[in-house]
Design a protein around this ligand. Sequence first.
Ligand code: NAD
Ligand code: LMR
Length: 338
Amino acid sequence: NPTNSQMEVNTMLERVDCRAKGGSPGFKVAILGAAGGIGQPLAMLMKMNPLVSVLHLYDVVNCPGVTADISHMDTGAVVRGFLGQQELEAALTGMELIIIPAGVPRKPGMTRDDLFNINAGIVKTLCEGIAKCCPNAIVNLISNPVNSTVPIAAEVFKRAGTYDPKKLLGVTMLDVVRANTFVAEVLGLDPREVDVPVVGGHAGATILPLLSQVKPPCSFTPDETEYLTKRIQDGGTEVVQAKAGAGSATLSMAYAAVKYADACLRGLRGDAGVVECAFVASQVTELPFFATKVRLGRTGAEEVYQLGPLNEYERVGLEKAKKELATSIQKGISFIKK
Ligand code: NAD
Ligand code: LMR
């Protein structure tokens, strides 16, 4: 087996070779859970991304059909499909960015934590494969409960001796996408002009939009603040209820996942000033993981930004968020340690 540094050199040489041949100079990306509700539109959108040269699609069911379908799109990325645990290592080898939407979604009446028992084991297995086959890859973790699955992934990587906190990113982009949309509605603006930092985590009260830091600068009445905060925190539940048993957000999530993955790839390429929110290893609070704005670079999350000034409403929200987060993080860590 090649060593990690050999694999990095091989990847670099392949990219140089690809450029020399006039091919796409993009990155190698794998989606784990590619045949699911998020996975399929995510695979389609990543096939359209010019920063992707190779796209590996992995799932335990239905992957050949999805792969055949996506592979007919006349875009640059080469698509390959992988089915079942026995093909996981082949799916992962040489990959530079791994996006994980594998796992079960919520039904009405469930919390994200109710998914823990099934999804914790799925994430553990996939991360063991990553530690073995592509330990230097950036990991975008979507599977819920994100507040626990990110700590699970960190513990798996620590055990394997491959943990690099800069490379493990819990995807909270959908909270930002929703916040931008709902705030734009209230302000009567185009959502593309609005930037709302959303910090904390990805479940209920742990989702903390910082409405005092919205760009462009604006102000909200107490009623607007209450309405927007609740709507952003309950955005996932709004979709789960509307789908009435047929799953949770998939299309908006695929959009958010691609927006986030594209930011990671631009960072890897060396673009300056790529900043997005994510749930990462953090020293911003006393908790080991926390979502804030993060600067993405060649080595992943190169800078984790502080919270900035909070108003009284946000300070109260932060204390509530931290309490719930502490429990979810500990649950993830204990799952691997016990
Ligand atoms: P889905 O059931 O439609 O798809 C999940 C896919 O994962 C399926 O194709 C399934 O075969 C696959 N899978 C299951 N076990 C696997 C394994 N061991 N290896 C590889 N693939 C495996 O669900 P979905 O709607 O796509 O949601 C997936 C996950 O994403 C859920 O946990 C959901 O809660 C979460 N989610 C997170 C966010 C977020 O903002 N982070 C948003 C929406 C959904
Ligand atoms: C979301 O925010 O839409 C996801 O976390 C899925 C869910 O269960 O709400």
